[in-house]
Design a protein around this ligand. Structure first.
Ligand code: ADP
Ligand code: MG
Length: 393
């Protein structure tokens, strides 16, 4: 059991909140604000309880250095618009720099402050106790609402939680509740769609879900490791040669457990990854040399759609092809459309799959769009996330 907002005495307290504002920026502006919006319920809850709020987040990979392109200023501007309130922000040399310390400590009652990028400080990723101590000194209580980084033990997620009365925010609570229910008690038939680049990223989840799911549909580059493992010809498709044994093992386990693994029968192939290139459809186990499978093919789309029709629960993680380059986004689009039209309970996780569903404008039709890529996978594998463990009773 973890502590939640209701377990904290918040009235007139200074509350330090770790959020996940790791959003894409373009031209100095927030390009996709879904993660910021996802944090609003907790922020609004704290405003209602008259808390003085100190927000902190990482953004991108500044590698422990101060870099102007990774400042949280555009996020402060955007958040201020969303809330219709002032957000205190100051450019500084990081979240525990002298200027930042003074700024955080002079926060007026009821104000909202956003600290500078936590990853400007090398102590963040090292879970440096000194950094955690300074962050903790800003407030009376700590709330972690950053599901997207809950699988990392960093100073602003794990370290600080041990130093203050701490609890999960509303987003973190919801993510854990929904994703844990999927692996404990999904309504059947439960169908899982897995795609993306690497078998190695997702093998843990597939293994965990084999005894729980009724069917597992595999697309993306991952599929070619399965075809190659079974003796197929996959041309120049992306394959992880050191994972072929694992792929065979999964197929064997699946048949022992009466879970169907469905692979894409055909593939949209090309010799290069670019938009205006000749595309040919080949059976996925007969792709000629020089050609790469870059998307699931039209027959595979039909099979996948057909399989999903009767699902009562669906989990989707990972695109079906190189979805960022048309025309290799057809399979991902078709699956996105199918999933968004289903009556069953639908959950999507994974950075690239969520980006695809947002781009298509289907996010509203999905029951739960997870804000965590790696974090959602680790939770589904049944692992305890360090950022969450630190909040246990
Ligand atoms: P997610 O972020 O949704 O978990 P991943 O990061 O695992 O997804 O995978 C997304 C990446 O996989 C994209 O960059 C996409 O181009 C790549 N990808 C998907 N299918 C293929 C393929 N057939 N060949 C090469 N790359 C692929
Ligand atoms: Mg990704």
């Amino acid at each position: 059991m973890i502590k939640t907002l209701k377990d904290l005495d918040l009235k007139d307290k200074k509350v330090l909140v770790r959020v996940d504002f790791n959003t894409p920026l373009s031209d100095g502006k927030v390009a996709d604000d879904s993660r910021i919006r996802a944090a609003l319920p907790t922020i609004k809850y704290l405003i209602k309880h008259n808390a003085t709020i100190i927000l902190m987040s990482h953004l991108g990979r500044p590698k422990g250095q101060v870099k102007d392109d990774y400042r949280l200023e555009p996020v402060a501007v955007h958040l201020s618009k969303l809330l219709g309130k002032d957000i205190r922000y100051i450019q500084s040399d990081g979240p525990i720099s002298p200027k930042q310390i003074e700024f955080a400590n002079s926060a007026p009652k009821g104000s909202i402050t956003l600290l500078e990028n936590t990853r400007f400080d090398a102590g963040e990723k090292k879970n440096d106790p000194e950094m955690a101590k300074i962050l903790a000194s800003y407030a009376d209580v700590f709330v972690n609402d950053a599901f997207g980084t809950a699988h990392r033990a960093h100073a602003s997620t794990e370290g600080v939680a041990h130093l203050l009365p701490s609890a999960a925010g509303l987003l973190l609570e919801k993510e854990i509740e929904i994703l844990s229910k999927l692996i404990q008690n999904p309504e059947k038939p439960f169908k899982v769609i897995i795609g993306g680049a690497k078998v190695s990223d997702k093998i843990g989840v597939i293994a965990k879900l084999l005894p729980i799911a009724d069917e597992i549909l595999i697309g993306g580059a991952m599929a070619y490791s399965f075809f190659k493992a079974a003796g197929g010809q996959v041309g120049n498709s992306l394959v992880e040669d050191d994972k072929l044994d694992l792929a065979n093992e999964l197929i064997k386990k699946a048949s022992e457990q009466n879970t169907k693994i469905i692979l894409p029968i055909d593939s949209a192939c090309a010799t290069e990854i670019k938009s205006d290139v000749e595309v040919k459809i080949y059976p996925s186990e007969q792709i000629p040399d020089g050609w790469m499978g870059l998307d699931i093919g039209p027959e595979a789309i039909k099979t996948f759609k057909n399989s999903l029709k009767d699902a009562k629960t669906i989990l989707w993680n990972g695109p079906m092809g190189v979805s960022e380059v048309a025309p290799f986004d057809k399979g991902t689009k078709a699956v996105a459309e199918t999933v968004s039209e289903l009556d069953g309970f639908t959950v999507i996780g994974g950075g690239d799959s969520v980006a695809a569903i947002n781009k298509l404008g289907f996010a509203d039709k999905i029951d739960h769009v997870s804000t965590g890529g790696g974090a959602s996978l680790e939770l589904l594998e049944g692992k305890t996330l360090p950022g969450v463990k630190a909040l246990e009773f």
